[in-house]
Design a protein around this ligand. Structure first.
Ligand SMILES: Nc1ncnc2c1ncn2[C@@H]1O[C@H](COP(=O)(O)OP(=O)(O)OP(=O)(O)O)[C@@H](O)[C@H]1O
Length: 459
């Protein structure tokens, strides 16, 4: 990497890979969001109101009790702005963007629980779609928590293997992945005629024509025409925004400015590895030196995830691996072990890049930098943001370290830094004292926050 070193510290580089300015401590998340009201909304005399307490929203008592039981003291910014718009009548569509870990899930779950008629517990009325079984399961869990005081609450998971061929979707809230949901509707196991709300989480990924866009469009085509559509994500690239506005017509919109895409509590660093083959030793050294707590290592392929796990285990580290080749129930069990702290290091692929909320994660490693497109030729800024967003959840701090080892990975990280208008802190593989100091400082604060009570988090 000697060739690149001189460019890394170039002072005239507008944004990119540079030296630390300061390692952020507790996050004061005071980002602002831009709210655009749909034309329809502007025609009504119902002005945009944002709220400062959950009580002001006129939620069903049981839902309010659920939020209190979760120790949510006040709404986060996205909840404050989005909830009054999503709960207003007549129902209106919403496209909402807010950083990772800022409470988007609770925002749409609160809306769904408030829209459903709980006197009809066996009639599906709300459908929530997510890109992975893990995220669908997690959303199911959040609905269960916030809805814990609703006596007739029922949730059907529509993920591979969850509903037998002769079974029916017979709960009022359905959470699933698009392929399985599509099959269940086609096989008439899922009556969608009374659905009132459709939520698409990670909507940019779900509507992307290169990805799940086709399946989501087909599901939507089978749903009632007047269904309220709520699209959520931390990222909405311009290209996908076009699909999003067509998918959810006349939607109110909450958007972030570029400078606000990154969570300030995440200290973004990179490790300048001499070569690809040195990455593994550097990874082991990091884990050997530091007391990290829970962390996630993202790699490109399932094969390299398995290989790294085997090598690390041989070298005495305790690590788990989770990717798409595992059976569904095994995946559920592995993630549960990680959530509960039974396993502390998780090696995974992009399957867990989005949405997964484990508040104790203090470090994310991009062992392989995220790339996209034909031949993985393009840097993938959105996946980078989602991956690092597995730490620094709701006001906590965390650290991300991206490994670079050649010109391609260097250029990709530089491009990501420019896209996000950020600077990254350089870690040198030959100066472990400094690395330990920089990384450990953040991790210590992050671990100190482990007993942190939610609600004192971001505004
Ligand atoms: N108002 C609140 N007060 C306190 N904690 C909250 C509040 N809202 C959400 N949280 C907590 O914040 C954490 C992150 O929330 P959530 O998973 O909804 O983030 P997100 O915006 O959906 O993130 P991502 O973009 O990664 O999907 C969760 O653990 C959740 O319980």
């Amino acid at each position: 990497m000697a060739d690149f070193a001189s460019r890394i510290t170039q002072p005239d580089q507008p944004h990119g890979l540079g030296q630390p300015t300061e390692v952020p401590r507790l996050q004061e998340n005071n980002y602002d969001v831009e709210v655009q009201l749909s034309d329809l909304k502007q025609d009504t005399d119902n002005p945009l109101g944002s709220v400062h307490t959950f009580e002001e929203l006129g939620l069903p008592t049981e839902v309010l009790k659920g939020l209190t039981a979760m120790r949510f003291q006040k709404p986060s910014k996205v909840q404050e702005k989005a909830l009054p718009l999503m709960l207003a009548n007549p129902p209106q569509n919403m496209i909402a963007q807010s950083q990772s870990g800022t409470g988007k899930t609770a925002a749409f779950v609160t809306t769904v629980l408030s829209r459903v008629d709980h006197t009809k517990p066996n009639q599906p009325q709300a459908l929530l779609l997510a890109p992975s079984r893990e995220l669908a399961r997690q959303i199911e869990m959040v609905i269960g928590h916030i809805g814990q005081f609703l006596p007739t609450l029922g949730i059907s998971a529509a993920i591979p293997g969850s509903i037998p061929r002769d079974g029916r979707v017979d709960k009022n809230i359905v959470v699933g992945t698009p392929g399985t949901v599509m099959d269940l509707i086609k096989r008439r196991q899922f009556d969608v005629s009374q659905l009132r709300v459709l939520v698409i989480d990670e909507a940019d990924n779900m509507l992307d024509q290169q990805g799940l866009g086709d399946q989501c469009a087909r599901v939507k085509a089978m749903l009632p025409k007047d269904i309220q559509i709520l699209l959520f994500s931390a990222t909405f690239p311009d290209k996908v925004m076009k699909y999003a506005t067509a998918f959810a017509p006349n939607a109110n919109q909450i958007k972030l400015r570029v400078q606000e895409l990154t969570v300030k509590g995440i200290s973004q660093m990179y490790m300048d590895c001499p070569s690809e083959s040195d990455k593994y030793d550097i990874l082991c050294k990091l884990y050997g030196l530091m007391n990290i707590g829970s962390s996630i290592i993202f790699v490109k392929t399932r094969e390299s995830a398995n290989q790294i796990q085997q090598r690390m285990m041989k070298d005495g580290h305790k690590v788990s691996v989770l990717h798409g080749a595992y059976e569904g129930s095994e995946r559920d069990a592995l993630l549960e072990e990680f959530r509960t702290g039974k396993s502390k290091v998780l090696i995974t692929t992009n399957v867990l890049a989005r949405g997964i909320d484990v508040s104790t994660v203090s470090m994310v490693i991009n062992y392989d930098i995220p790339m996209k497109g034909m031949g993985e030729a393009m840097h993938d800024t959105e996946t980078y943001l989602h991956r690092i967003g597995r730490t620094g959840r709701f006001g906590r701090v965390g650290v991300s370290i991206t490994f670079i080892s050649d010109k391609k990975s260097f250029d990709a990280l530089n491009a990501i830094a420019r896209d996000l208008e950020i600077d990254l802190v350089a870690l040198k593989p030959d100066d472990w004292d400094e690395t330990e100091m920089l990384v450990q400082t953040v991790i210590k604060s992050s671990r100190a926050q482990a007993g942190y009570v939610p609600g004192g988090g971001p505004a």
